[in-house]
Design a protein around this ligand. Sequence first.
Ligand SMILES: Cc1cc2nc3c(=O)[nH]c(=O)nc-3n(C[C@H](O)[C@H](O)[C@H](O)COP(=O)(O)O)c2cc1C
Length: 215
Amino acid sequence: MPETDWRRTGRGPIWKGMSQFNDLSSPLRFLETRRSGKPRDMIAPGPDANELNRILTIAARVPDHGKVAPWRFMVVPPERRGALNAVLDAAYLEEKPGAGRLELEANAQFAQQAPTLVIVFTKVDPARSIPAEEQIASAACAAMQMENAANASGYVSGWLTGWAAYSDAVHRRLAQPGERIAGFIFMGTPGKPLEERPRPDMTEIVRTWDGTAAQ
Ligand SMILES: Cc1cc2nc3c(=O)[nH]c(=O)nc-3n(C[C@H](O)[C@H](O)[C@H](O)COP(=O)(O)O)c2cc1C
């Protein structure tokens, strides 16, 4: 099916001949062509409350060794974006007291972009025998599955981390003890066509083992 056959109407501008949304014509076609949107280019609408509930429920249906559920989702609604901006500014200034206006403007841009934002936290349970790596891997699956569900719902998504995901000052303000931010998942309608990026050379990353050591 040509790319332009599945473009949506009534959801923002359409660029003739360019794919604004991911291809949802079949599950395989979506998976083999999917790409992220840039959160800064996303426009309204984002998923409504029912759609978002469904997206989050799908995100919780992921491989999870030992049924630990080592992740948690925090929706940041539009009316709390200003508060998120304030948290980022306070954390940034705590870590970098001499920060200038431009650095703080980047926090505002980050916190305010895209109609919908969900923060995915990794919640490793050290009391469980499941290795931390596996719990972190499950959280990454949840974030990716959230992205897939957002796209399957007719939106686009983008997974960002940035300094905030690695800042202890941010975690003290947003996270529960022991949690880490796995990512900020932004969702919305693409305001621009989705861009493609270079993909791995499959001949470099796929081998059929011939039985010898580390070939
Ligand atoms: C854990 C993680 C963190 C990421 N953080 C950022 C980020 O902070 N900024 C950014 O531009 N892209 C970031 N990305 C990449 C984008 O989410 C996106 O995957 C990529 O730009 C486009 O690739 P795709 O179209 O195959 O999704 C991150 C990806 C992952 C998996």
